[in-house]
Design a protein around this ligand. Structure first.
Ligand code: ADP
Ligand code: MG
Length: 712
């Protein structure tokens, strides 16, 4: 059966996606039986038949060449958090010392990039360099146009010679399998699995970003090196007038947005929404949701496209979570749901009771998942950059809790009390389900302060950072939900036995849901997540609160977490440990680079400027005294100022000594960075920002916040 969702995606592809090797293009260019086989793999997750690879590769090359492509690349998501590509021409030796233009099935299916320079988190030594990329045909092949060249990009998974995943795609695909298998068991229990071969996670990612003038960007070593300003005094006008959010889009920016969207459409990314965000110069772009694996690839393409198009408009796109202090940072709302291949969104509250029970089971499954694995979910969004946002009264707190809204909260309460209303027959209230149709499908309630909110027919995970690759948080989400559904399905299967009727089903499910709600309701919270009361309340409820990343990272390798990744074959113990290692290492390196950059700007730009002004002040004192005028106030100002400059010198030295820290152990090193380097960076910043308000503008060596944020 065709689905509404698939139809919608198809239409967009057929209309816009000129640079995508779509199913439709394949249908036109491949022999019928080959097309059928590849379609079965893409749409129903059947294993890829290797014997068709040559035919597909040749059609692909022909199509790509007609579009101007000269090279192909296996495109993958290594653990750097970026994408990787190594281009090869469509050339093979002809065996007689010449070359012919060809693209073989084996070149399509498998690549062999040198894996030694990608992070592996200790899985392998550099001399064991072999790594493989494997074609992921579930994500469409596309053309990358850049600098007048066209390259055929083949989405791939990246694994080591020993078979361990070295990328973000492989575990994502495995987690999709896991959640699919467990969700299918629930559907089977409810008898709603007819025609359903797969359950797919769906993702829609809202991307926030900043745009600033590119000339100014290049004058700021910190922005160029760290994508974040390490200094900058607060401008008189920040976001306090709230006049930017949803305001009319500046002309230059709109031009940029439209061109970005055109490029994304060509690549099959269905972008839908554009608007100004809260902070000055902050904007948002949001595509329609897609299958999780495709959405995750498209998210990477989207970030790269934003970055690539901006310079054509004299702009720089900044994806960092906190590029400017004192105004909002950027996040990426990860909208997540699960849907059958027949187009049923399993988190969509439905009208009839039977399906409502099923919906409530999935809902309670997610609640159980988030409560049980709050630590892992928190860790999935941890990074040095996101530390500036989470819990800083602009983004949800680091405490993972779920917002349900009034209607669902009421129903959950009814389930919990198991009240007679819920068990009454005759169509009054059947487990509160009769109230369900009143649930607005697009819930009107908003609660910006909740990290994990039910928004009508999906959950919105709002703690994800703007620069993050969504594959990892999506992998965690799929895995923890798979775990919860597994335990629910196991319990239900046991309690129901082989033969059961509708009545028994209802009562068994009701009993289990009641038990689970009692067990996990502590994770539900609809109030203001920014308040200190909530922090105290959350502590009383025993909810974990990992305020910063280092503590969060340490939880990834907890026994419970290694177990669930292993259980659902998403990641082996070694793979989990390597990922945790890479995340911590990246944290260390990022903050180190920030610290070194700050020290360098302070020593080579700020300090000299401060010295020049000190000379000016001293000259004023000398000239005033020479003129036989009372210079005592000038002298006092000079003395005060000289003290600030001395303080600056001290802070630079402090930071430099904090950052030069030798540590063999990455965990100790991260703790040192958190406890010593970051505070020293903060102290230096205070002094520099203070100096910015004292030193004459013509002597201040770097663009100010006012200039960067108010020029549109
Ligand atoms: P908002 O008001 O937060 O912008 P929208 O309803 O516009 O909410 O949705 C935001 C994002 O959620 C979009 O990318 C949208 O496609 C996505 N979304 C909607 N439904 C689903 C779903 N079932 N699964 C995943 N993402 C979804
Ligand atoms: Mg949103």
């Amino acid at each position: 059966m065709a689905t509404t969702r698939n139809n919608a995606a198809q239409r967009v592809e057929d209309t816009f996606a000129d640079d995508v090797f779509t199913l439709k293009v394949m249908q036109q260019r491949l022999p019928k039986d080959v097309f059928k086989q590849i379609q079965r793999t893409i749409q129903h997750g059947e294993p890829l038949n290797p014997s068709i690879a040559d035919v597909v590769a040749s059609a692909m090359k022909e199509w790509a060449s007609e579009h101007g492509a000269t090279h192909y690349t296996h495109w993958f998501q290594p653990l750097t958090g970026l994408t990787a590509e190594k281009h090869d021409a469509f050339l093979v030796p002809d065996g007689q010392g010449g070359a012919i233009s060809e693209f073989t099935g084996s070149a399509l299916v498998q690549g062999e990039p040198d894996a030694s320079s990608f992070p592996s988190g200790g899985i392998r030594a550099t001399f064991e360099a072999r790594g493989y990329t494997a074609w992921d045909c579930t994500s469409p092949v596309f053309l990358n146009r850049n600098g007048g060249t066209v390259t055929l990009c083949i989405p791939t998974a990246f694994v080591s010679w020993t078979g361990e995943a070295l990328d973000k795609k492989t575990p994502l695909l495995r987690s999709i399998e896991a959640v699919s298998a467990q969700a299918l068991r629930i559907l089977k229990i409810f008898g709603t699995d007819q025609g359903v071969t797969r359950v797919q996670a769906t993702l829609g990612c809202e991307q926030e970003y900043f745009l600033i003038d590119r000339d100014l960007f290049f004058k700021r070593e910190d922005l160029v090196t760290c994508d974040r300003s390490v200094f900058g005094a607060k401008p008189a006008k920040g976001q306090q007038l709230e006049d930017h959010y949803f305001g009319s889009i500046p002309t230059r920016v709109l031009g940029f947005m439209a061109e970005t969207e055109r490029e994304l459409y060509r690549l099959g990314v269905p972008v839908k929404t554009r608007h100004n965000e809260v902070a000055p110069c902050q904007f948002e772009i949001a595509p329609l949701f897609e299958m999780a694996n495709i959405a995750a690839d498209h998210q990477m393409v989207l970030m790269e496209t934003l970055k690539r198009v901006a310079p054509r408009y004299g702009l720089q796109c900044i994806l960092h979570e906190k590029p400017f202090a004192g105004i909002n940072g950027s996040g990426k709302h990860l909208n997540w749901s699960i849907a059958t291949n027949t187009g049923v969104n399993l988190l969509d509250p439905r009208d009839d009771t039977h399906t409502n029970m099923q919906f409530l089971t999935f809902l309670v499954g997610v609640i159980k998942a988030v409560d049980t694995h709050a630590d892992l979910l928190r860790a999935s969004v941890a990074s040095a950059a996101n530390d500036h946002r989470l819990g800083a009264n602009e983004a949800p707190p680091a405490i993972m809790s779920i917002f349900l809204g009034d209607m669902l909260t009421d129903i959950i309460e009814q389930i919990e009390s198991g009240s007679p209303k819920s068990t009454m027959k005759g169509g009054k209230l059947d487990l509160g389900a009769r109230t369900l149709p009143q649930i607005p499908r697009h819930s009107g309630d908003r609660n910006r302060t909740s990290p994990f909110a039910f928004t009508g027919n999906k959950f919105e995970f709002r703690a994800v950072g703007s620069s993050a690759a969504v594959a990892w948080p999506a992998t965690v989400l799929n895995t923890i939900v798979a775990d919860a559904l597994d335990s629910i399905a196991t319990q239900l299967e046991k309690d129901l036995g082989k033969n059961y009727d509708e009545k028994k089903l209802q009562s068994v499910v009701r009993n289990l849901l009641q038990k689970l709600v009692k067990q996990h309701k502590r994770v539900l919270f609809d109030g203001d997540g920014y308040t200190t009361e909530w922090h105290q309340e959350a502590a009383r409820r025993g909810l974990p609160n990992y305020r910063e990343s280092v503590a969060a990272f340490e939880t990834i390798t907890a026994k419970k977490n290694i177990e669930i990744f292993k259980k659902f074959k998403v990641l082996s113990k070694v793979e989990v440990e390597s990922r945790a290692h890479i995340l911590i290492e990246k944290y260390v390196k990022q903050v180190e680079i920030e610290a070194l950059t700050a020290a360098s700007i302070a020593r080579t730009q700020i300090l000299p400027a401060a010295g020049r002004y000190q000379t000016e002040l001293a000259e004023i004192v000398a000239a005033t005294e020479a003129a036989d005028v009372d210079a005592s106030e000038n002298r006092e100002a000079l003395e005060q100022y000289a003290e600030v400059v001395n303080n600056l010198r001290g802070c630079i030295a402090n930071l430099e000594s904090a950052v030069h820290h030798e540590s063999g152990d990455v965990h100790d090193h991260a703790a040192h960075i958190r406890d010593h380097v970051r505070p020293a960076l903060g102290e230096l910043r205070q002094v520099v920002d203070d100096l910015e308000t004292r030193i004459p503008r013509d002597l201040w060596p770097i663009p100010t916040y006012r200039e960067m944020l108010l020029i549109k």
